[in-house]
Ligand binder design. Structure first.
Ligand code: ZN
Length: 122
């Protein structure tokens, strides 16, 4: 079965029309931020197993950037939002609410892991 993404502008489309960028969690630091903050923003991304928000571009369609919330293990898509709308909604939330929400997917990923599924002994 083909994976389908519902673009808010174009409707239901096959995933092959999209280009994935990765974790949508990191927030762009202020221009005067220290090198470490910019280094982390540019180079460090989570690659969790489980539900997470990712940036996808509809490169074979409207070319808009989207935030796709999906399960990286089952590939089930839970929601798609235009990235500009997502950024406005995130900016409207207080920083404390953002940090508590950001912690939830990591916790969910840990609980979703099956015993013995790691890189340990087989
Ligand atoms: Zn589109």
């Amino acid at each position: 079965m083909a994976s389908l993404i519902t673009c808010p502008h174009c409707g239901v489309r096959p995933k092959e029309e999209f280009t994935i960028r990765g974790d949508a969690g990191p927030v762009r630091p202020a221009p005067e931020a220290k090198f470490a903050a910019w280094d982390a923003y540019v180079h460090l991304r989570d690659n969790r197993r489980g539900r997470m928000a990712e940036h996808w571009q509809h490169s074979g369609g409207c070319r808009r950037w989207l935030v796709v919330e999906r399960d990286t293990f089952t590939h089930e898509v839970h929601g798609v939002t235009d990235a500009a709308d997502h950024a406005r909604a995130r900016a409207a939330k207080p920083a404390k609410a953002r940090s508590s929400k950001a912690a939830k997917p990591a916790t969910a990923a840990k609980t979703a892991r099956k015993p013995g599924a790691g890189r340990g002994k087989a």
